[in-house]
Ligand binder design. Structure first.
Ligand code: AMP
Length: 427
């Protein structure tokens, strides 16, 4: 039997209601902050990610799904969205059309990582990018949007971590200071960190291995060596988070995996999901647009992992979204009334109601069981004595009450549903 590829997951109908609820919430909050949706292709030229994310990052060096198409072009399934959004921003001259572009997305991403709880090879992110402004309000709003979305799902176990990586000059100076500090300690580091010492020294802070952490706990910190401009910017972001009532902690070791960050970086972690605990992360990238060939413009953004958020919700017993249910289930009492049932269902469906009936020739009892199982709001019975009297029975499943109407009123029954919905809204 052929199964889904390792690290990929089917999202079955019973899961979809939660996904949709989450997506609608994301859309609503993004729109209230003035963000507009962008969709980009699932694959891009490999060079975009190599240049945009950085050759030395884990993503580019070992996790990308890269292949040559029949024309010999190297393509990659997108491992993250920022590079793609920036590519589209440059390609369509969005910066010339308006000075500040606030964009959001919901999209699948692909990374060939070792699958484990909360880590997939095809996963989904929502996120946002503000392109064109350096204002600390834009940084703060990224954190606020992410936090507001997560809190709107009643997630409790959240920690917001923020840091500043400064501008390239202060970061490069700091890298030399860190190099000097580590020079005589390199041999004590794990193999992975020894590699990072050569290629991406800041990432050694990301290591969860004990020997690395033991050495790094005394390392000088970038936040203490920041340039004045970055320091001021960071202070302003913090002040705005205070206004917004966002609880945060400063994590001077938060360097994040990607090369393109400048100044603010942040992550929101959950205590409810095990070792892969980052629900979202992001930061400012004032040089990326230029690096990818655009007219210099600053940017800031974040991405959040939908599967991980849903896992946190599951573990905290939140986001209990009711399953979708039909408005009406039509029960066919007499077998020969197939066409009548088909016709009524079609008419009501075309009026916008969700209508179900039996396709499997089941007994009246079995149809009733099904109507209960799918949680139908109302049941229409077609057949029996009532049908012979040109009538039908209409049952309110919640109240357990029933009424009899004339058959020629059946296609207008949606008015009745509306009336009852209005009445119950008033009470
Ligand atoms: P990143 O783009 O690496 O900063 O990731 C942003 C968010 O996407 C993370 O905080 C996770 O919630 C989610 N994420 C990243 N990689 C994976 C993965 N392999 N599987 C599931 N979620 C992921």
């Amino acid at each position: 039997m052929i199964k889904a590829v390792t690290g990929t997951k089917d999202i079955l109908p019973e899961d979809i209601t939660r996904w949709k609820y989450l997506e609608q919430r994301v859309e609503k909050i993004m729109q209230s902050f003035g963000f507009r949706e962008i969709r980009t292709p699932v694959f891009e030229e490999t060079a975009l990610f190599a240049r945009g994310i950085g050759e030395a990052t884990d993503i580019v060096s070992k996790e990308m799904y890269t292949f040559n198409d029949k024309g010999g072009t190297s393509l990659t399934l997108k491992p993250e969205m920022t590079a793609s959004v920036v590519r589209a921003y440059i390609e369509h001259s969005l910066g010339a059309k308006q000075p500040l572009n606030k964009l959001y997305y919901i999209s699948p991403m692909f990374r060939q990582e070792r699958p484990q709880a909360g880590r997939l090879r095809q996963f989904h992110q929502f996120g946002a990018e503000s392109l064109g402004g350096t204002s600390p309000s834009l940084d703060a709003e990224m954190i606020i949007i992410a936090y507001d979305i997560l809190s709107s799902f009643d997630l409790k176990n959240l920690t917001v971590k923020i840091n500043s990586l400064g501008v390239p000059e202060s970061r490069n100076n700091y890298k030399n200071i860190l190099k000097e500090f580590l020079q005589d300690k390199v041999n004590g580091l794990t193999e992975e960190s020894r590699k990072r010492f050569q290629t991406n020294i800041l990432r050694i802070f990301d290591s969860k291995e004990e020997p690395d952490q033991l050495i790094m706990k005394d390392a000088p910190l970038l936040i203490d060596k920041l340039d004045q401009e970055s320091k001021d910017h960071f202070e302003q972001v913090r002040a705005l988070l205070d206004i917004a009532g966002i609880p945060y902690e400063i994590d001077a070791k938060l360097v994040r995996g990607l090369d393109y960050y400048t100044k603010t970086t942040f992550e929101i972690v959950s205590g409810s999901v095990g070792s892969q605990n980052a629900l979202c992360g992001g930061g400012r990238y004032d040089l990326l647009i230029e690096q990818l060939g655009g007219k210099p413009a600053p940017g800031v953004g974040f991405a959040a992992g939908i599967e991980r958020i849903l896992l946190a919700c599951e573990n905290e017993n939140t986001l209990m979204v009711p399953q979708e249910k039909p408005d009406i289930y039509i029960i066919r009492i007499d077998k020969e009334l197939n066409r009548e049932v088909f016709d009524v269902a079609l008419n009501l469906r075309r009026k916008g109601l969700a209508v179900e009936f039996d396709y499997l020739d089941r007994s009246v009892k079995a149809q009733m069981r099904e109507a209960n199982k799918v949680n139908a709001g109302y049941v229409i019975f077609i057949g029996g004595d009532e049908y012979r009297n040109n009538e039908f029975v209409f049952k309110n499943m919640l109240k357990g009450t029933q009424e009899i109407f004339k058959l020629n009123e059946i296609n207008e029954i949606h008015h009745k549903l509306k009336e009852e919905a209005n009445a119950s809204e008033k009470t």
